[in-house]
Design a protein around this ligand. Sequence first.
Ligand code: AMP
Length: 368
Amino acid sequence: MLVAVVGGGQLGRMLGLAGIPLGLRFRFLDPDPDASAREVGELIVGEYDDEDGLKRLADGADVVTYEFENVPVDAVRALERYAPVLPNPRALEVTQDRLAEKTLFGVVGIPFHAYRPVDSLEELRAAIEEVGTPALLKTRRMGYDGKGQCELFDQSHAAAAWEAIDGAPSILEALVEFDRELSVIAVRDDDGQTRCYPLVENTHREGILRTSVAPAPDVSLDLRTQAERYANAILDELDYVGVLALELFQVGDRLLANEIAPRVHNSGHWSIEGAQTSQFENHLRAVLGFPLGSIAPRGASGMVNLVGSEPDAAPVLEIAGAHLHRYGKAPRPGRKLGHITVIADDAAARDERLTQIVRLVDQTPAEG
Ligand code: AMP
């Protein structure tokens, strides 16, 4: 079977790595001839809005899926003539636009923090009055890893913030004083069956995911139930097939939705070694109509992203339970180059190993 993937980054590469044992073949579309997934399948080099490239991608494929969501929705819709596109393009449409995403949260009854749509400097000034400060101005589209965002401390920053995001259609969000950030990775098959991986606790640095631990510590049954209810509500509302990530803020015993990723997600990388079935394999199982695999954890897991530089392999591999994943990408500041997962029998041993890994990664000199 041939799986066509829009995007050829590390997520595509890891989909390929998960699917090859199942006998699957892969084809990717990416504008970068050095795209990370080139080593696990055929790479079509082309822009995401290039209809010819998209058509070549879908030609003869059993399914088209994506690992990158900022793709023109109409172009992806056009592919439905050639092969099933899963998750369906509506999921792309909603998650490409922060305003549509908030509307979805409202429709399915998921709590989220205060926000206002902003289309002009005047509207920004009014929104600051309504939402209060500190606040975050985020472009509605094309924002990820903290890009297209600007923090605001008071009204006097309005003009500079508006300029910083190039006056793009935006939303102003209250800055949440969260206790911690959590995410839930969930998968839904074409019969509507869903499974949620255990909640993951995440830390970020400069807007980029830095570490994850799974299962997240100190998760009450109530918290887990809230997270799963929210994830399932989104999956059902979108009639979604595949893996989806829901990023959440924990405030006291409540969860507030931050954003949705309609794809496999960085905070689910621990599942490669840490779950009975990884998020990548379960995504493939779902979009190809195979039975879903168990999401049960194999132990206590952690993950550290390698951003901008990579440590030598040997000292990483010396750490018990550690696994190094490199994406074959040239180093650049702020670029995700790989990650390290770690697994242990219990949380205490995991934390000790994770601390060792973080220390090692922090000591790696920046490249370039
Ligand atoms: P995003 O691109 O919206 O996922 O934002 C990246 C990161 O910025 C999040 O994971 C948070 O750490 C932080 N962040 C985003 N929005 C907010 C918010 N409204 N309040 C506090 N922190 C936020």
